[in-house]
Design a protein around this ligand. Structure first.
Ligand SMILES: [Zn+2]
Length: 272
């Protein structure tokens, strides 16, 4: 599932190719992914210039010259691509934006859970969807304020997109491992120092994932994700990936928190 790091990688790709380009045509191959009427989208897009891009959580925005934004949400299997000739259109292209340069941008989505819609602005969309601040932009103070009111468990609170947008299941596990906090702590009981560690870990995990273009196999060996994916890329030919990178004789444990698969180190992240 495309999480914040994948979506940021898609955004950079689109930014590189689309900014300052004019939309020449809006081609719909499968209406299923449209959350705004096709004709409304075509009228809003064709002839408009793309002035910039941005991202909020797992949503990517193309900014249009009249102030509106095209919102891309990638669902379970969404991706982006670019091509020039119809014969080269990627498989499962559902919608294509034809640019003035002749390049075509593809919204690719095999399972069709992704959505394309028009919004008045990023702020209007954020309000309508009640999304919190982006996880990469949230400050320690905002995180502290939002969590210190929560009597719920920490992991479900961090997954709540109203609190902060863009933290998915594996990301929250990695963040809590890096911050050495148990996922079933009550959010409001964290200390000042723990809030700071949590904020630093969110930055570390997201920035690392974006730097590696969300290819977890190339993540540092100090990351928990290798245990979650049973992947020995970071420690080839050994079973070290099944153990805590800090406590080499302690096996990473899989449990369920709020119904979601959760990985922790019992030594690094004690239950209090
Ligand atoms: Zn450990």
């Amino acid at each position: 599932m495309p999480e914040l790091p994948e979506v940021e990688t898609y955004r950079r790709f689109l930014h590189e190719l689309a900014v300052e380009e004019t939309v020449a045509a809006f081609e719909v191959k499968d209406r299923h992914v449209l959350a705004t009427d096709e004709q409304v989208l075509r009228t809003a897009l064709v002839g408009r210039r793309i002035t910039g891009t941005s991202r909020l959580g797992k949503n990517c925005f193309l900014h249009l010259s009249d102030g509106h934004v095209l919102v891309l949400h990638f669902g379970m299997t969404g991706d982006v691509g670019a091509y020039r000739d119809e014969a080269d259109a990627p498989r499962f292209t559902r919608v294509a934006l034809h640019l003035g340069s002749g390049l075509r941008l593809a919204f690719i989505d095999p399972r069709k859970f992704g959505r394309i819609r028009l919004a008045e602005s990023v702020e209007a969309y954020q309000q309508a969807k009640k999304l919190g601040p982006d996880a990469l932009a949230i400050t320690t103070k905002q995180l502290h304020t939002a969590l210190s009111r929560r009597k719920s468990l920490l992991k479900p609170a961090l997954l709540d997109q109203h609190l902060t947008a863009g933290l998915g299941n594996w990301i929250v596990d990695e963040v809590l491992f890096q911050a050495r906090i148990h996922p079933e702590r009550v959010a409001a009981t964290l200390t000042e120092a723990e809030f700071s560690s949590l904020h630093a870990a969110i930055q570390l995990v997201l920035r690392t994932a974006i730097k590696h273009e969300a290819n977890y196999r190339t993540f540092p060996a100090s990351f928990l994700i290798h245990a979650r994916e049973w992947d020995d890329s970071a420690t080839p030919g050994t079973d070290a990936h099944r153990f805590c990178p800090r406590h080499r004789d302690t096996e990473i444990v899989k449990t369920y928190v709020g119904g979601r698969a959760t990985y922790t180190c019992p030594i690094c992240q004690p239950e209090i």
